[in-house]
Design a protein around this ligand. Sequence first.
Ligand code: PTJ
Length: 261
Amino acid sequence: MGEVPRSHPRYNSLIARKLLTDAADDGLLADSALIAHGRGEAYDYLLGEKTSASALLSIKQAAAVMKNANKCVISLNGNAVALAAENLLRCATILQCPVEINIYYRTPERMKALLSRLEKVRQEVMKSKKPDGWLGNWEEDVLAVPILGAEPNGRIQNLDGPRANCCKEGILDADVIFVPLEDGDRCEALMNMGKTVIVVDLNPLSRTAKMASITIVDELMRVGSVLIDELVKSDCKINEKWDNKLVLDAALNEINSNIQN
Ligand code: PTJ
């Protein structure tokens, strides 16, 4: 794919596709990554390709829960690195929490490629403008974010195969995990370990969306910048009566009303 013209009516969608196809060329993605993205795109179409009011509520709740965590971790798979590595690294910087590369289809080649891409992204984020409202030393704070995943020393309980590998200092010991585009089995296994699991999934009917503690039914690239804004605010309050089913129902209603109009 050549340059994407800014004026194109489907600019954002084309940019996402380009990020993913370039990432595939660089060996970052699972074979099925583009299929997963296509499913997401279809739901995004039905949702009107915007952050809905209920998705914003989920992002606010996610920010409050992450800020109040004992140990938070941001888990990244191939698609998440391709689409949103910069902003998710910014979120980890604000939270001063680790990011962990944790992939479903684990191969040593992909792990190496993803870890080296994240280190490259770290250099770019260090040089980038710090988020409005951030009072720390941005360069030092970005540099301090642990990037985990190279040497897994733990396992997600009751899950078979290499997809269960994880890091003790990251996913294993965390009480709050932000894990975009997670699969249903792992989400269930993490919930069974007593963790608070925050997912980003455009499909409100997926097992992951239904299983998680907090589901953000929105597109990951859009979520990143909104989440940063929420994390730098000092007045993040947890809604103790959070009912995740309400945001899933709201997303389905949104789809219904978009179909009817
Ligand atoms: O890098 P790996 O090996 O961990 O593999 C990553 C994929 C995404 C291939 C793997 O986790 C997978 O197969 O995922 P699923 O089970 O297809 O689920 C992906 C979910 O994410 C689907 O419900 C999609 O609707 C949703 N989705 C896809 N792209 C986006 C998205 N949600 C938000 N933003 C997106 N950009």
